[in-house]
Design a protein around this ligand. Structure first.
Ligand SMILES: [Zn+2]
Length: 153
């Protein structure tokens, strides 16, 4: 008998493992995957590395770019990326914290042009270790707040 967590293996695509529970749906949202292709989402598996449990996201028939998977580091820096081709893992990718964020993060300053005038949001890293980012419009420095992350524009 296959173990339950192996219930649906994919032949081609991207598997994102070690997402802290319950952030898998947030990852789907910030990658803009909600209405594209076949997704399998597993929530709340036991994990030695993540005491609160882990989620697994399988994206069928799509190889995510490094620039896409690096966005995941904003909420799940421990996530691991496996690229699957013809049923085999052909690449294990380590994600790194992005130096710039385009479009997926809302500025916490309500008076910012990105909130008031609908300007395209753009942040540059302020401190990589602290994971703080500076808004290119109003210069407000912010940490990553998952609620402020949205689908790409
Ligand atoms: Zn701003």
């Amino acid at each position: 008998m296959e173990r339950v967590y192996k219930v649906y293996a994919i032949n081609n695509g991207t598997v994102i493992d070690h997402i802290p529970t319950p952030l898998a749906l947030k990852v789907v949202e910030i990658l803009g995957l909600g209405n594209k292709g076949i997704l399998t989402i597993g929530v709340g598996f036991q994990s030695k590395r993540l005491p609160g449990g882990k989620d697994i996201l399988k994206i069928e028939n799509r190889i995510l770019l490094k620039s896409e998977t690096d966005i995941i580091a904003l909420i799940a820096p421990e996530a691991t990326i496996n690229i699957i081709q013809d049923g085999k893992v052909t690449k294990k990718r380590i994600i790194s914290i992005p130096h710039e964020i385009h479009g997926v993060m809302q500025c916490p300053n309500p008076n910012c042009a990105t909130n008031k005038l609908g300007a395209h949001s753009h942040f540059k890293v302020e401190d990589l270790e602290q994971m703080t980012y500076r808004c290119e419009y109003c210069e407000r420095v912010t940490t990553i707040i998952p609620e402020n992350l949205t689908s790409p524009e």
